[in-house]
Structure formats: C-alpha cells, structure tokens
Ligand binder design. Structure first.
Ligand SMILES: NC(=O)c1ccc[n+]([C@@H]2O[C@H](COP(=O)([O-])OP(=O)(O)OC[C@H]3O[C@@H](n4cnc5c(N)ncnc54)[C@H](O)[C@@H]3O)[C@@H](O)[C@H]2O)c1
Length: 246
C-alpha cells in the first residue's frame, strides 16, 4: 500500500511512533525513525531491517530548526524525495493551570506545537516539487479539555488548527494534511498517568478497553495511501468512542 514511499516519523523510538514505523515497513515504505533518543530509534531500525524491512534512524530534536532542516535535506539528497511526514513526537508536563511552571508550559508548547510546524515547513518544498505528499499530525482527546493538562491541551488544540490551515495552504500541491487525535493508548505516556485516573478513563471509554499503538498506526497507513487523497484538513479521534459523549 505504501510501496517505496519515503516516510519520516518523528518520536518513533517508542510508543505509538514505533508502531507506525513497524506498520509502514510492513507496507513496504522506506522508514526514517527520527527521535531525540537515538539508541531506541536505532534498535527499532535494526529490528525492522532484520525482518526484511527498510529503515534507518536519525537523531533530531523537533524543536531545533537547524537540525530538522538538515535531516530533511539529507533525506531528500539520499532518496531524491520525501513523501510522508508523521509528526508524532510529543511530551506531557502535567499540572493544574494555577500551579504550572512557566518552563513546563514552554517545553510542552515547543515540542508539541512548534515541533509539528518545523518538520512540516521543512518538507513542503520537496513535497511540492513532486506534487505529492502526506502529512499526518498528532493531537489528543485532551484538545477538548482535560484537568491538569492546560499546556498539553492547548498545544494539541493548536495542532488541530495548524492542520486545518496547512491543509488549505497545500491543497493545490497534491499534499494532504490530516490529524489523528488518540484517546487513552497503552504506551509509556499512559503509564505516567496515576492509577486512579487510568481506572476512571477505562470506565468512561464506551468500548471498555484502552487503545493500542496499532489501533492508531492502522489509520496512519490509510491516510498516507493513494486512496485517501480526498481527505484533508481533518482530525480523526481514535478513542473507543470516548469523545462522542463529550
Ligand atoms: N499514549 C497516549 O495515550 C496518547 C494519547 C493522545 C495523544 N498521544 C500523542 O501521541 C504521540 C505519541 O505518544 P506516545 O504515547 O507514543 O509517547 P511516548 O512518550 O511513548 O513517545 C514519544 C516519543 O517522542 C520522542 N520525543 C520527545 N521529545 C522529542 C523531541 N523534542 N524531538 C524528537 N523526539 C522527541 C520521545 O523520545 C519518544 O520516543 C504524542 O504526540 C502524544 O501526545 C498519546
């Protein structure tokens, strides 16, 4: 389905990003695993290659424009194109708005929002040149509001707005820009949530289970396929129905 597409996935060293990288490699894409933690990214790339897939790891901090631009131009030089960007890197620094430290506000907005815009900006020229591209961003159900996540929620709301605007700006260039908003997915990020809160979440999820990284990766595969060319500017919640009753 993604035959020979060159795909960059940020924050792919673990969690949801690692599942996307694995699924994309199964779909015969050439996968660039971009993460600030290079050891995890390299281990995943090695695992994919040993299963017959094509993958390489690159170290990048998505908040650093110089690094992002260098990585993107290196990929374009090597493969002569860059087809798919998955903006998946994200962090949380939770605290009630009244007590939140300014540094924690800045860090989350920087990684989640600026860290979505910078790679998107970097890939626009090579994608426009080929008149084909897929950008998939990552929001969260927390964009609808979540106690203790004023920074995270605002960053993810921003990602949804950024998605809509870039979709309009790139619509005539053969590039679609969409966004996936996961609910509670079983990853290290969810493990950081207090046990009590996790129990509450589970009881509120209509399908009565947490999502898996593969639940998320399956939609990435479709949104990056040829068959999704008429879908752009959308945010799709993958949350077992949690957002429906909100
Ligand atoms: N897990 C969930 O329940 C859930 C729910 C909603 C949204 N999300 C979103 O999904 C995405 C992936 O989440 P996850 O649960 O897999 O998280 P995770 O913590 O397991 O993985 C995040 C990855 O991003 C990398 N990263 C962090 N900062 C970076 C930076 N500055 N530059 C490059 N890489 C960086 C980390 O090293 C890590 O490999 C995030 O955007 C997150 O906000 C997750």
């Amino acid at each position: 389905m993604l035959n020979d597409r060159v795909a960059v996935i940020t924050g792919a060293g673990g969690g949801i990003g690692a599942a996307i990288a694995t699924r994309f490699a199964e779909e015969k894409a050439i996968v660039i695993i971009a993460d600030v933690i290079i050891d995890a990214a390299e281990a995943l790339a090695e695992g994919i290659r040993s299963n017959g897939g094509r993958a390489e790891a690159v170290k990048v901090n998505v908040t650093n424009k110089t690094q992002v631009d260098e990585i993107v131009s290196g990929i374009v030089k090597k493969y002569d194109r860059l087809d798919i960007l998955i903006n998946n890197a994200g962090i949380t620094r939770d605290m009630l708005g009244m007590k939140m430290k300014e540094d924690d506000w800045d860090m989350v907005i920087n990684v989640n929002l600026k860290g979505t815009w910078l790679p998107s900006q970097a890939v626009m020229r090579p994608m426009r040149k080929n008149k084909w591209g897929r950008i998939v961003n990552t929001a969260s159900i927390a964009a609808l509001g979540n106690v203790g996540q004023v920074n995270y929620s605002a960053s993810k709301g921003g990602v949804i707005s950024l998605t809509r605007t870039l979709a309009l700006e790139l619509a005539r260039s053969g590039i679609t820009v969409n966004c996936i908003a996961p609910g509670a997915i079983i990853t290290p990020m969810l493990e950081e949530v207090a046990e009590e809160k996790r129990k509450e979440y589970l009881e509120a999820i209509p399908v009565r289970r947490f999502g898996t990284p593969e639940d998320i990766a399956n939609l990435h595969v479709f949104l990056c396929s040829e068959g999704a060319s008429y879908i752009t500017g959308q945010t799709i919640f993958i949350d077992g129905g949690l957002s429906v009753g909100v």
